[in-house]
Structure formats: structure tokens, C-alpha cells
Design a protein around this ligand. Structure first.
Ligand SMILES: [Zn+2]
Length: 109
């Protein structure tokens, strides 16, 4: 079972107490974007076997959205952080790099 810690209320919740919100750190495109950029924003999602960054909502607790870094193959959680963060905190990047040598993350800007 997947257990995540809400960074707002500090509670450990299992996945049945949370709502999944899909991929985190999507780059949003507005009216000035090309059709391909906007289509990618609306429909393009990664579904890796391995490290993934996801949005979750603390549905049975504080109700706030947060991000989680975890491995989709092993359910290992590298950390959770507030949803207003534009990229994963360095401590989480370091934790992932320590456990998955050679792993690189995408450009979040
Ligand atoms: Zn919470």
C-alpha cells in the first residue's frame, strides 16, 4: 500500500485517503501557444516505470494539494512537498540520486 505524508498537516495517509491528481510540474500553455504545445499540455503525460512526480490531494485531511516523488515500480516514496513548489526540493533530488544512480530528471522550468 502506498503511504504518503501530507506536507501541510503532517499526517501519514494511505492512498485510499488521498485523491490522485496526475503528473506534477506540468508546464502550462495559454492562448499564445502553438497547437502542438497546447495539445501536449492538455493530453501529453508521462507514465514511467520508475521515479515519477505526482500531484495528490489530502482528501480525508486538510484538503490541500501536494506533490510526491515516488517510484511507480516499487512504491518507494522519496518525499512529499507543497504543490506551490516549482520544482522538487534539492533534498528530494539528492535522495533520488542516492538511490537511483545515473537517474536524471527533466527540466522543470
Ligand atoms: Zn493534509
Amino acid at each position: 500500500m502506498l503511504i504518503l505524508n501530507c506536507p501541510y498537516c503532517g499526517c501519514d495517509k494511505d492512498e485510499t485517503e488521498l485523491s490522485a491528481g496526475g503528473e506534477a510540474h506540468l508546464k502550462r500553455f495559454g492562448p499564445g501557444a502553438s497547437d502542438a504545445e497546447f495539445e501536449g499540455y492538455l493530453f501529453g503525460r508521462v507514465n514511467p516505470k520508475g521515479v515519477h512526480f505526482e500531484r495528490w490531494r489530502c482528501a480525508s485531511g486538510c484538503g490541500k494539494w501536494f506533490h510526491a516523488a515516488r517510484c511507480t515500480a516499487t512504491l518507494e516514496v522519496f518525499g512529499t512537498y507543497k504543490a506551490q513548489t516549482l520544482e522538487p526540493p534539492q533534498a528530494i533530488k539528492d535522495a533520488i540520486s542516492a538511490k537511483r544512480p545515473g537517474w536524471t530528471w527533466r527540466d522543470f522550468s
